[in-house]
Design a binder for this molecule. Structure first.
Ligand code: AMP
Ligand code: ZN
Length: 134
């Protein structure tokens, strides 16, 4: 897409700090520079979000996430968080599917937090609403 910032990175029109690349996937440092090594993994083709991502591409992105997780652990990190925001309500800002990878160190004090629910339903009620049969 012409206006998509991540497509521009793929095309080399905007610079990035590349961590890994193959035919279908690119991984580069998030510009936020918060958690050291915060990396974004994206498919090279434009897909808006997890919902619109085809299964094959998703597998390629996820397999890169696993590869980089192993790599970061090998480099001496102690853990990794994977996060993907799907649609604006979840906090997705860039409308090109991506997975955030946060390399972690023991006691690094970085926190991924969710606000506690204001109105608590029982887990049974929630499960009844959300259960999906195959
Ligand atoms: P999300 O809220 O999941 O859509 O996250 C989008 C992420 O893209 C944010 O963490 C931004 O810091 C990051 N970002 C936006 N523009 C760039 C850029 N040019 N290079 C690297 N990261 C970027
Ligand atoms: Zn794009």
């Amino acid at each position: 897409m012409d206006t998509c910032i991540f497509c521009k990175i793929v095309k080399g029109e905007i610079p990035c700090y590349k961590i890994y690349e193959n035919k279908d996937v690119l991984a580069f440092l998030d510009i936020e520079n918060d958690v050291p090594g915060h990396t974004l993994i994206i498919p090279k083709k434009h897909l808006t979000d997890l919902d619109s991502c085809d299964e094959k591409t998703y597998q390629k992105v996820l397999s890169t996430a696993k590869k980089l997780t192993k790599h970061f652990l090998f480099l001496g990190f102690d853990g990794v968080n994977l996060v993907s925001n799907c649609k604006e309500a979840s906090g997705q800002i860039v409308q090109h599917f991506h997975i955030h990878l946060f390399p972690r160190k023991t006691n690094d004090e970085a926190k991924l937090t969710m606000q506690p629910a204001k109105q608590k339903e029982t887990l049974e009620t929630v499960a009844k609403k959300l259960r999906l049969e195959d």
